[in-house]
Design a binder for this molecule. Structure first.
Ligand code: ACO
Ligand code: OAA
Length: 371
């Protein structure tokens, strides 16, 4: 038995949810370039869960279900007030709240197909409310209830800030949600699938997935990119800062990918959105710094930007707190996690690989007084 470090190149399951072939990303066979240009996030969630795009009636029923299920049990909201909010990262709050939600769902432990679909709707609807509610409570502000007539992207920004967002903000946020929705067998999705393959419940699978997304080598990279941009602070400082990192063989956050070789096809959409928002806000330095970093890193190393790189300046331009960037990733990715969890249940087999043992051998037991 020989181990493959980080399971690189190992094909661990079949899946019909999304594919990455020759650097092209598709959801259920639809190129993300088309979905990003034309689809709402709700259409994409429906596509991921049902395997087909909804017609008008199906979409309006689906949207109605999502907006009717967005409210949180009052116990979950009250729980936020008990957190040491100034120390709690919103990703930890989200992970805890999703686990807590399971305590108040009578269907939590059922793995029956229809109950799982009802939970899927509730969870997709409630994650945006968790993130925006926590974001307000930690600032001493009252939570804002979602508006039934708003789509998910608009509602998120509305619940966060309490004012109607601009059309360009909604467009940018919707595109970001579409682009983050699914990504084959990434670390958090794999984690969620491993968990439910024991026939554990959906809340456990999603709590595990959120934990995996939180790390800076995965979803946590978007916040780390913003920290890097803030540390650099000015376009003139990009060269010296990045060069020092490259010379010191340090990682540049938002670059590189386990699967893509030529580049992440999502990055160009976020780059363009970052440029547009910079024009609208007039605060161009975040986009300009990002562009300069990209040029420098790609000219010196064969490392194109990934999805996390330009999402940072996009969310910053939307005036979103930096530690909410990764929770926003989860608000979108929960759609993909659920699609994979449902697929796992529908054709389940326990996931249990082997380890190549490299520890000591043939040890003689020594009694405690002789050690
Ligand atoms: C949504 C997402 O999860 S997208 C990924 C988000 N994560 C990041 O942006 C963090 C920065 N990037 C990385 O750490 C990596 O590129 C990962 C984690 C995404 C992929 O990692 P792996 O496939 O395991 O590649 P690994 O870390 O082994 O890197 C291979 C080589 O490229 C280098 N490299 C990879 N990424 C970077 C980077 N961002 N900056 C500088 N060098 C890098 C490594 O140092 C290594 O070089 P070496 O062979 O000379 O030692
Ligand atoms: O696929 C991966 O390894 C990480 C990634 O880009 C994602 O989850 O969107």
């Amino acid at each position: 038995m020989t181990a493959t470090r980080g399971l690189e190149g190992v094909v661990a399951t079949t899946s019909a949810v999304s594919s990455i072939i020759d650097d092209m990303l598709t959801y259920r066979g639809y190129n993300i370039d088309d979905l990003t240009s034309y689809a709402t996030f709700e259409e994409v969630v429906y596509l991921l869960w049902h395997g087909k795009l909804p017609n008008e009636g199906e979409l309006s029923e689906f949207t109605r279900l999502l907006s009717e299920n967005a409210e949180l049990p009052k116990e979950v909201v009250e729980h936020f007030s008990t957190y040491p909010v100034e120390k709690v990262h919103p990703m930890a709050a989200l992970r805890t709240a999703v686990s807590l939600l399971g305590l108040y769902d009578e269907e939590a432990d059922s793995v029956e197909e229809e109950a799982n679909y009802r939970k899927a709707i509730r969870l997709q609807a409630q994650l945006p409310t968790i993130v925006t509610t926590f974001a307000r409570i930690r600032k001493g502000l009252d939570p804002i209830a979602p508006k039934k007539e708003y789509g998910l992207a608009k509602n998120f920004l509305y619940m966060l800030n309490g004012e109607e967002p601009s059309d360009i903000a909604v467009e940018a946020f919707n595109k970001a949600l579409v682009l983050h929705a699914d990504h084959e067998l990434n670390a958090s999705t794999f984690t969620g699938r491993v968990c439910v393959a024991t026939l554990s419940d959906m809340y456990s699978g999603l709590t595990a997935a959120i934990g995996a997304l939180k790390g800076p080598l995965h979803g946590g990279a978007n916040e780390a990119v913003m920290k890097m941009l803030s540390d650099i602070g000015d376009v003139d400082r990009v060269d010296s800062y990045i060069q020092a990192k490259l010379d010191g063989k340090e990682k540049i956050m938002g670059f590189g990918h386990r699967v893509y070789r030529e580049g992440d096809p999502r990055a160009k959409h976020l780059r363009e959105m970052s440029r547009k928002l910079a024009d609208v806000t007039g605060e161009k330095k975040w986009y300009e710094m990002s562009l300069k970093i990209e040029n420098l890193v790609t000219s010196q190393k064969d490392l194109p930007p990934n999805v996390d790189f330009y999402s940072a300046s996009v969310y910053h331009s939307l005036k979103i707190d930096h530690d909410l960037f990764t929770p926003i990733f989860a608000v979108s990715r929960v759609s993909g996690w659920i699609a994979h969890i449902l697929e796992q249940y529908s054709n389940n087999r326990l996931i249990r690989p082997r380890a190549e043992y490299i520890g000591p051998d043939k040890q003689a037991y020594v009694s405690i007084e002789d050690r």
